[in-house]
Design a protein around this ligand. Structure first.
Ligand SMILES: [Zn+2]
Length: 301
């Protein structure tokens, strides 16, 4: 019996039925049009639309927020207006199914570990690079969630003392130097072009040979490689899976490869290489459903 995965994003709720081999079907998407109780009701509507017509073993929910590792209460999901929300408990009572709730980046890492670029390995590091940096860690085939349920907040690894301020309240965080936002911000700092620019414009200009754009992309990819090398020093993952809009951009990844090679002048330390994520936009749905099935112990098929 498949499990239902629901991935609540900033603007939409994606969902699908997931089998034990990671295949997904009945994929749907609908906008999130409210916060608080309204958003909860929309999640319930999505779940009920499946349960009414399909056999479903368990329900897994991925969401952009933190989940207490012991109580499974959603500690905070600012985009949804949820604080200390007993989401799993409330959904479980309403749906008469066991429900597992997990941070969306952790779900994506779990999905890549089980069925994507990390399958067959013991450890998987997923770094998603879009506007910011997200990610998840699977260590010894277990999702690393941390003491506060905030493990693998990789974008907020402090990289630069006294560096650029970050929306998390700290400064010098990795994502301020190695993300789509960093590409735009660095172009602005260097007065690359008048007016607002996009990361895509910088990448395209670099590909066309604009020397200033090349320097900006080298600067950002160099900071990404710096953070990856830092992680390699304590995890030695061998390879890191890159996802997200910028992390999936072949032009950018070539720069990252070059920068990583420069960080490894000798073979005395663990070398890290990057490979692309494989599951794309369905990774949250697949990971949430499979975590629910794995944790609640039923063999879905
Ligand atoms: Zn930060």
């Amino acid at each position: 019996m498949p499990s239902l995965g629901i991935d609540i994003g900033g603007t939409k709720i994606a969902s699908g039925l997931v089998h034990s081999d990671g295949t997904v079907h009945e994929v749907r998407s609908r906008p999130v049009t409210g916060m608080g109780e309204t958003a909860l009701q929309q999640v319930l509507d999505v779940a009920r639309s499946y349960l009414a017509v399909h056999p479903v073993a368990h329900v897994g929910v991925a969401l952009p927020g933190g989940v207490d590792p012991k109580t499974r209460v959603v500690t905070t999901a600012p985009n949804l207006g949820w604080t200390d929300m007993s989401l799993a408990q409330r959904l479980s009572a309403a749906l008469d199914r066991q429900v597992h709730v997990e941070n969306d980046a952790n779900c994506a890492a779990w999905a890549e570990h089980r069925f994507g670029a990390g399958r067959g390995r013991t450890n998987t590091v997923l770094i998603t690079i879009g506007t910011g940096i997200g990610g998840g860690l699977v260590v010894s085939n277990r999702l690393l969630v941390g003491h506060h349920g905030l493990g693998a907040e990789l974008g907020h690894i402090p990289l630069v003392i006294g560096g650029h301020p970050c929306k998390c309240g700290a400064s010098g965080c990795w994502e301020q130097y190695a993300s789509g936002s960093a590409l735009r911000a660095e172009a602005r700092r260097r007065n690359w072009r008048p007016g607002p620019v996009t990361g895509e414009e910088v990448l395209r200009a670099a590909a066309d040979g604009d020397p200033a754009a090349v320097h900006i992309v080298e600067w950002v990819s160099g900071h990404l490689a710096h953070g990856l090398t830092t992680m390699a020093a304590f995890l030695d993952p061998g390879e890191v899976v890159l996802g997200g809009g910028l992390g999936s951009d072949k032009r950018f990844v070539e720069y990252v490869d070059t920068a990583l090679a420069a960080f490894h002048p000798s073979s005395s330390r663990g070398h890290v290489t990057v490979r692309p994520a494989e599951l794309g936009i369905h990774s949250g749905v697949i990971g949430a459903a499979d975590l629910a099935a794995t944790i609640h112990g039923s063999a879905h098929c």
